[in-house]
Design a protein around this ligand. Structure first.
Ligand code: PDD
Length: 282
């Protein structure tokens, strides 16, 4: 079956879909992106991801090249054409294609919009939640506006590759004060020995994860204490539990950080509970 993608108003065979070599996303990383999970044909946390998309564009002064209502229809059609009911949707919008100049291109240069989707076997991915994942730590070498979901992901790419080479699933990025900011593509959480959920505040140093926000709301609604503050690797290694959140991993327990077990080295029960609660909330 052919795979279809969407580029600037047209559905194209994925293999034929392309953008200009003058595209500013390619030349400068002058682009934002968004990722939605799709389960049983439904976009998870759809409103939150659309709101963040608009915020990212606003921060970079890039116009959304179509209405949100039209974008929702395009995504639905993309999923239909690709027969994807469980998977993810990837969106990227750049400042468009123009003769290379660092400053913004002439007013009226149309942004580039690309949408792709792919299937994910969430049952297989769920096995990871049963066994838990290993984490390595690396220095956070990113810029000062990690709250904007830009495609400037080179430090994240290098961190993830280092994790893979170390046999770990994710890398936690550590700031100059020795505190964990977030994962290469996920937010980082611990449950302290006192039963407090801790995650870094949503300031400029992390991506404001949509899954993070939903999990926080669910946890608070169930009466769990949540503290938004930084935590060190040492605190995480001696925590009762640790886990990550993201659109594609939901809530996934961490059982090892830099070769030291977290808690008793087995996935934590609160992480499992919050994963279930997150999936049932949709
Ligand atoms: N990554 N932090 C970073 C750096 C991320 O890239 C992501 C998501 C998150 C979690 O955000 P959310 O819960 O909204 O997915 C946190 C996506 C999945 C990606 O890059 O593929």
């Amino acid at each position: 079956m052919s795979r279809f993608s969407y580029v600037n108003g047209r559905f194209l065979r994925h293999a034929d879909a392309s953008v200009s070599i003058d595209d500013r996303g390619f030349l400068f990383g002058d682009a934002i992106y968004e990722v939605w999970s799709v389960r049983s044909g439904t976009l998870l946390d759809a409103a939150g991801h659309f709101a963040r998309l608009q915020r990212s564009l606003g921060e970079l002064k890039i116009d959304l090249p179509l209405s949100l209502a039209a974008l929702r229809l395009v995504i639905r059609e993309l999923l239909r054409r690709n027969r994807v009911r469980d998977g993810l949707v990837y969106l990227e919008i750049s400042r468009g294609a123009a003769r290379r100049d660092h400053a913004f291109p002439p007013a009226g240069t149309p942004p580039t919009l690309v949408l792709t989707c792919k299937r994910i076997d969430f049952d297989a991915a769920g096995k990871r939640a049963e066994t838990g994942i290993g984490i390595i730590s690396v220095p956070d070498q990113r810029w000062g506006r990690c709250d904007i979901k830009t495609v400037n992901l080179l430090p994240n790419v290098l961190a993830k590759q280092a994790a893979r080479e170390a046999g770990a699933f994710e890398a936690w990025l550590v700031d100059q004060a020795g505190l964990v900011t977030e994962g290469a593509s996920s937010n980082a959480w611990i449950l302290t020995q006192d039963g407090v959920l801790v995650t870094r505040p949503a300031d400029h140093s992390i991506l404001h994860g949509i899954t993070r926000a939903t999990v926080m709301r669910l946890a608070k609604a169930e009466g769990y204490a949540v503290e938004e503050r930084g935590f060190s690797l040492e605190e995480a290694q001696s925590a009762r539990e640790a886990f990550i959140t993201s659109a594609t991993t939901f809530v996934t327990p961490v059982v090892r950080i830099d070769d030291r077990p977290v808690g008793n080295g087995a996935p934590g029960s609160l992480a499992a509970h919050l994963r279930q609660a997150y999936l049932e909330a949709h």
